[in-house]
Design a protein around this ligand. Structure first.
Ligand code: NAD
Ligand code: ISE
Length: 337
């Protein structure tokens, strides 16, 4: 196959970003069809491609179009399961943005359907595994010279969120990145998780608890402390520091020039995920295109999506209970080893 012909389901913010990179930027793919529940959103997606892009208003149509080789799902998290299940049923590869689905039960259905089909088809958009900075942190940790990791401190801040963002989404939409990424970096599984709520910012909309502190305990005894603060009002600020026996590894925000002017030293801060992770999305989707053409899935799997969702379920339970909740994933099936 020379060119992978892709159908994109969900033409919102990241859907349009991925359409542009799949159609114009990356090697070996074209977007041939789009689908959205809102016709004007679907049209905006199609306009990025040109007049020969097909527009669908239903999932069955785009998934079963014989011109579509593979699917990219960029609907909101609550609407991932249906298109992923349809793609598995049609035997087509599918890349889904994170989370795989918003509950462990829904993710398990996806895992079971994929295993029943006997072929790996699903990849999840945990793009931090493709980020240059996070990859360097992983190399340093795996290199062994820093000794045993002891604890990590992470921040995940955004400027603001819209009123459809609910308290549980601090876990299922936002912290889901650290749930996966820190498990991958530390090469360990979570056993217990807790959410601590505190003072809420006046910038949060009615009913939203923000910020939230999340605590993760791992099998090997590591502790991760994560601040999720999605109405910071100043910028998009992703940080990670791993404290090890022999030293500390700190991943700061990628550098901008520091300027001295008007009796001040200042440096800009990223405003959103689009630029902060632009290279990661490119590497992630280029590898997905290349692997898909070879009939392989080598990126984060449906099982990775499932174990993240089991952890997320624990955190969401702790948002209400306030106590440490146990996380238990079980053995990785042979299919995903
Ligand atoms: P968005 O709200 O901007 O866009 C979602 C689009 O999906 C909208 O056009 C909406 O009309 C459409 N849609 C909703 N329900 C649908 C359905 N059932 N079928 C078809 N279309 C439907 O959201 P977004 O910010 O683009 O986020 C989309 C997904 O991407 C989410 O899962 C989000 O978590 C993920 N995301 C990931 C990253 C990342 O850094 N990896 C960044 C942003 C968003
Ligand atoms: C968004 O959906 C993303 O996935 C971004 O990477 C994340 O930082 C943000 O919190 C989410 O809302």
């Amino acid at each position: 196959m020379d060119v992978l012909k892709v159908g994109v389901i969900g033409c919102g913010a990241i859907g349009r970003e991925h359409i542009k990179r799949l159609h114009n930027k990356l090697q070996g793919s074209r977007v041939v069809a789009v689908m959205d529940v809102f016709p004007e959103s679907a049209q905006r997606g199609a306009d990025l491609v040109g007049s020969d892009c097909k527009i669908y208003d239903n999932i069955e149509g785009i998934v079963n179009d014989s011109d579509v080789d593979a699917l990219v799902v960029t609907t909101p998290g609550f609407a991932h399961k249906e298109p992923i299940m349809a793609a598995i049923k049609a035997g087509k590869p599918v890349f889904s943005e994170k989370p795989l689905a918003t509950t462990a039960a829904d993710c398990k259905e996806i895992v079971d359907a994929e295993m029943a089909g006997g072929k790996k088809l699903v990849q999840v958009g945990f793009m931090r595994r493709y980020d240059k900075g996070y990859r360097q942190v992983k190399e340093l940790l795996d290199g062994g010279t820093f000794g045993k990791p002891l604890l990590a401190k992470c921040t995940h801040r955004a400027i603001s969120v819209d009123p459809s963002y609910t308290t549980d989404m601090a876990v299922t939409d936002t912290a889901i990145h650290e749930i996966d990424c820190m498990h991958w970096l530390l090469d360990d599984d979570w056993t217990q998780v807790q959410v601590i709520m505190g003072a809420d910012t006046k910038h949060a909309h009615e009913g939203l608890k923000d910020p939230q502190i999340m605590i993760f305990k791992s099998k090997k005894g590591y502790t991760v402390i994560l601040e999720v603060y999605v109405n910071s009002n100043f910028g998009y600020d992703i940080n990670c520091e791993v404290v090890c026996e022999e030293g500390v590894i700190n991943l700061p925000a990628p550098a901008y020039p520091t300027v001295r002017k008007n009796q001040m030293i200042s440096t800009p801060i990223e405003q959103d995920w689009i630029n902060r992770f632009i290279d990661s999305y490119d590497v992630e989707l280029q590898e997905w295109i290349d692997d898909t053409k070879k009939g392989e899935v080598n990126g984060p799997s449906a099982w990775d999506g499932y174990i993240a969702a089991v952890t997320a379920d624990g955190l969401v339970a702790s948002q209400t209970s306030g106590v440490m909740e146990d996380v238990s994933v079980g053995e990785t099936p042979e299919f995903y080893r």
